[in-house]
Design a protein around this ligand. Sequence first.
Ligand SMILES: [Zn+2]
Length: 257
Amino acid sequence: MENIFEIVTIKSLSDNYIWLLRNNVKNLTAVIDPSDDKDVNEVLLLKNWHLNQIVNTHHHFDHTNGNLKLKNKWKAELIGPEEEKDKIKNIDSYVSDGDKIEIAGLDALIIHTPGHTLGHVMYYLKNEKILFAGDTIFSLGCGRVFEGTMHDMFYSLNKLKELDPKTLIYCGHEYTENNLKFALEVNPNNKNLKTFSKKVYKLIDAGKPTVPSLLEDELECNPFLQTENDEISNYFDKDKLEGLELFSKLRELKDKF
Ligand SMILES: [Zn+2]
């Protein structure tokens, strides 16, 4: 039997991921964060799918550059964060925190996650246990804090803890290997991380994407979600650091790693 939905991974630029979400029952297709139009069109034509929606998590060029060409070619609806309407051109449908929309005919909740950019949103498909996370969280890492504050990013990441741990996280970049090295540096005795590391290198050695990753694994292994972890705190200071304070230290160190 054909799956109700499927997600096609499209590698783009040096390390970006574009996600194509297909609803096989309703014959609807959405693209998430198209850095380019050509890569997307190639898959659509090959699969004989029509593109119905273009979905943006935030305004950065490497997530939106394909918007206009795809919109014109397919007459697709462009969905993007209301808070970034001055930065993303031609949005048809604005979304903000708590909104409920349909992406490729599937229910999605909008979660505002400022930090990387001020208006950044994630799209959570609770029934399918799918999260399109943009540049908020990566496997074993998190986005750089460009526009918001450390406080913003810390609270944005904490929103992940309220989601179903069996959720698959579809993030915007393949940064896992570097993130893994950093995680092992600050949290070397984390047994779950060591196990996860083997899984990651198996994928890397096979030339496969290391994402999506499971939220459950991220909660156990991603240092940016472990701000109560004593070993990570000890890495920085003998005095116990936790929460926002520890998160800020981690993010600052990772920026130079
Ligand atoms: Zn970005």
